[in-house]
Design a protein around this ligand. Structure first.
Ligand SMILES: [Zn+2]
Length: 178
Protein backbone atom coordinates (compact mmCIF):
# COMPACT_ATOMS: atom_id res chain seq x y z
CA UNK A 1 0.00 0.00 0.00
CA UNK A 2 1.27 3.45 -0.86
CA UNK A 3 2.42 5.57 2.05
CA UNK A 4 0.89 8.98 2.68
CA UNK A 5 2.64 12.32 2.25
CA UNK A 6 1.98 15.28 4.54
CA UNK A 7 3.57 18.64 3.72
CA UNK A 8 3.89 21.55 6.17
CA UNK A 9 4.75 24.74 4.32
CA UNK A 10 5.01 28.39 5.23
CA UNK A 11 7.44 31.18 6.06
CA UNK A 12 10.08 31.07 8.74
CA UNK A 13 8.83 31.21 12.35
CA UNK A 14 5.54 29.51 11.41
CA UNK A 15 6.05 26.44 13.59
CA UNK A 16 6.80 24.05 10.74
CA UNK A 17 9.36 21.97 12.64
CA UNK A 18 7.04 21.63 15.63
CA UNK A 19 4.22 20.38 13.43
CA UNK A 20 6.65 18.01 11.74
CA UNK A 21 7.77 16.49 15.03
CA UNK A 22 4.16 16.24 16.26
CA UNK A 23 3.17 14.35 13.10
CA UNK A 24 4.98 11.15 14.01
CA UNK A 25 5.56 8.86 16.93
CA UNK A 26 9.21 9.59 17.63
CA UNK A 27 10.33 6.00 18.07
CA UNK A 28 12.84 3.68 16.41
CA UNK A 29 10.61 3.23 13.34
CA UNK A 30 10.80 6.96 12.57
CA UNK A 31 13.83 8.50 10.87
CA UNK A 32 14.33 12.26 10.77
CA UNK A 33 16.35 13.75 7.93
CA UNK A 34 17.76 17.23 7.73
CA UNK A 35 19.83 18.80 4.96
CA UNK A 36 23.57 18.47 5.54
CA UNK A 37 23.75 22.01 4.14
CA UNK A 38 22.08 23.51 7.17
CA UNK A 39 24.68 23.34 9.90
CA UNK A 40 22.77 25.44 12.44
CA UNK A 41 21.14 22.56 14.21
CA UNK A 42 23.82 19.87 14.12
CA UNK A 43 22.18 16.47 14.04
CA UNK A 44 18.79 17.42 15.45
CA UNK A 45 15.50 18.89 14.35
CA UNK A 46 14.68 21.76 16.69
CA UNK A 47 11.39 23.52 16.91
CA UNK A 48 11.12 26.98 18.38
CA UNK A 49 8.55 25.58 20.78
CA UNK A 50 11.29 23.52 22.43
CA UNK A 51 10.72 20.12 20.82
CA UNK A 52 13.88 18.47 19.61
CA UNK A 53 14.70 15.13 18.03
CA UNK A 54 17.86 13.55 16.59
CA UNK A 55 18.12 13.89 12.81
CA UNK A 56 20.44 12.47 10.22
CA UNK A 57 22.07 15.14 8.03
CA UNK A 58 21.78 14.01 4.41
CA UNK A 59 23.01 15.15 1.00
CA UNK A 60 21.30 12.23 -0.79
CA UNK A 61 18.46 9.82 -0.12
CA UNK A 62 19.52 7.26 2.53
CA UNK A 63 19.86 3.66 1.34
CA UNK A 64 18.11 2.33 4.43
CA UNK A 65 15.05 4.61 4.18
CA UNK A 66 12.81 1.66 3.31
CA UNK A 67 13.54 0.11 6.70
CA UNK A 68 11.55 2.85 8.48
CA UNK A 69 7.81 3.26 8.80
CA UNK A 70 7.81 7.06 8.91
CA UNK A 71 10.31 9.53 7.48
CA UNK A 72 10.43 13.17 8.54
CA UNK A 73 12.22 15.69 6.32
CA UNK A 74 12.93 19.10 7.75
CA UNK A 75 13.97 22.15 5.70
CA UNK A 76 13.22 20.24 2.49
CA UNK A 77 13.65 23.40 0.39
CA UNK A 78 17.40 23.02 1.03
CA UNK A 79 17.42 19.49 -0.44
CA UNK A 80 18.39 20.67 -3.92
CA UNK A 81 21.58 20.74 -6.03
CA UNK A 82 24.39 21.34 -5.21
CA UNK A 83 23.48 20.42 -1.62
CA UNK A 84 21.57 17.26 -2.55
CA UNK A 85 22.38 14.56 -5.09
CA UNK A 86 19.42 13.45 -7.17
CA UNK A 87 15.84 14.64 -7.05
CA UNK A 88 14.32 14.57 -3.59
CA UNK A 89 10.76 14.64 -4.98
CA UNK A 90 11.42 11.50 -7.02
CA UNK A 91 13.08 9.92 -3.98
CA UNK A 92 10.00 10.72 -1.87
CA UNK A 93 7.64 9.31 -4.52
CA UNK A 94 9.65 6.07 -4.63
CA UNK A 95 9.58 5.72 -0.86
CA UNK A 96 5.82 6.37 -0.80
CA UNK A 97 5.31 3.62 -3.35
CA UNK A 98 7.19 1.30 -0.99
CA UNK A 99 4.66 2.07 1.73
CA UNK A 100 6.69 4.54 3.80
CA UNK A 101 4.74 7.38 5.42
CA UNK A 102 6.46 10.72 4.89
CA UNK A 103 6.09 14.14 6.48
CA UNK A 104 7.92 17.14 5.08
CA UNK A 105 8.46 20.66 6.37
CA UNK A 106 9.88 23.50 4.32
CA UNK A 107 9.65 27.08 3.17
CA UNK A 108 7.13 27.51 0.37
CA UNK A 109 8.80 30.73 -0.85
CA UNK A 110 12.16 32.40 -0.44
CA UNK A 111 12.80 35.90 0.94
CA UNK A 112 11.99 37.36 -2.48
CA UNK A 113 8.59 35.59 -2.39
CA UNK A 114 9.66 33.23 -5.17
CA UNK A 115 8.44 29.66 -4.85
CA UNK A 116 10.84 26.88 -3.96
CA UNK A 117 10.32 24.41 -6.77
CA UNK A 118 10.75 21.36 -4.53
CA UNK A 119 7.93 22.51 -2.25
CA UNK A 120 5.62 23.37 -5.17
CA UNK A 121 6.13 19.88 -6.59
CA UNK A 122 5.61 18.23 -3.21
CA UNK A 123 2.38 20.15 -2.78
CA UNK A 124 1.25 18.57 -6.05
CA UNK A 125 1.68 15.03 -4.72
CA UNK A 126 0.77 15.61 -1.05
CA UNK A 127 -2.13 13.71 0.49
CA UNK A 128 -2.33 16.46 3.07
CA UNK A 129 -0.95 19.97 2.60
CA UNK A 130 -0.84 22.24 5.63
CA UNK A 131 -0.16 25.91 4.96
CA UNK A 132 1.17 27.59 8.10
CA UNK A 133 1.48 31.28 8.86
CA UNK A 134 3.76 33.11 11.23
CA UNK A 135 3.18 36.43 12.98
CA UNK A 136 4.34 39.60 11.25
CA UNK A 137 7.41 41.01 12.96
CA UNK A 138 6.05 44.53 12.40
CA UNK A 139 2.36 44.34 13.25
CA UNK A 140 1.56 40.86 14.58
CA UNK A 141 -0.87 40.02 11.77
CA UNK A 142 -0.74 36.60 10.11
CA UNK A 143 2.41 36.52 7.98
CA UNK A 144 2.97 34.33 4.97
CA UNK A 145 6.29 35.77 3.80
CA UNK A 146 9.90 35.54 4.91
CA UNK A 147 11.88 38.78 4.73
CA UNK A 148 15.64 39.05 4.84
CA UNK A 149 16.96 41.84 6.98
CA UNK A 150 19.99 42.58 4.83
CA UNK A 151 21.42 41.61 1.49
CA UNK A 152 24.07 38.88 1.66
CA UNK A 153 24.40 37.66 -1.93
CA UNK A 154 23.15 34.15 -1.12
CA UNK A 155 19.74 32.87 -2.11
CA UNK A 156 19.97 29.72 -0.02
CA UNK A 157 21.23 30.71 3.36
CA UNK A 158 20.50 29.22 6.74
CA UNK A 159 19.81 31.78 9.40
CA UNK A 160 17.60 32.63 12.30
CA UNK A 161 16.08 35.84 13.56
CA UNK A 162 19.48 37.49 13.14
CA UNK A 163 18.89 37.34 9.38
CA UNK A 164 15.19 36.74 8.76
CA UNK A 165 11.78 37.96 9.88
CA UNK A 166 8.23 36.90 9.08
CA UNK A 167 6.18 39.64 7.42
CA UNK A 168 2.59 40.16 6.35
CA UNK A 169 1.59 41.31 2.86
CA UNK A 170 1.72 44.98 3.92
CA UNK A 171 5.12 44.81 5.61
CA UNK A 172 7.11 42.50 3.38
CA UNK A 173 9.92 44.13 1.38
CA UNK A 174 13.04 42.92 -0.37
CA UNK A 175 16.33 43.59 1.44
CA UNK A 176 17.99 46.93 0.72
CA UNK A 177 19.61 46.97 -2.69
CA UNK A 178 18.33 43.57 -3.81
ZN1 LIG B 1 2.60 43.38 9.21
Amino acid sequence: MRGTLTVFAGPMFAGKSARLLQSASLDAATLCLSPAFDTRSGASIHSRTGLTHPARPVSAWPDDAGAYRHLLLDEAHFMVAPHYRGDVVDDIRNALSQGVTISVAGLDTDYLREAFDVMTRLRGCADRFVSLKARCHCCGSPARWTAKKRRTGHKLEAGDDDLYEARCDAHWSAPEGA
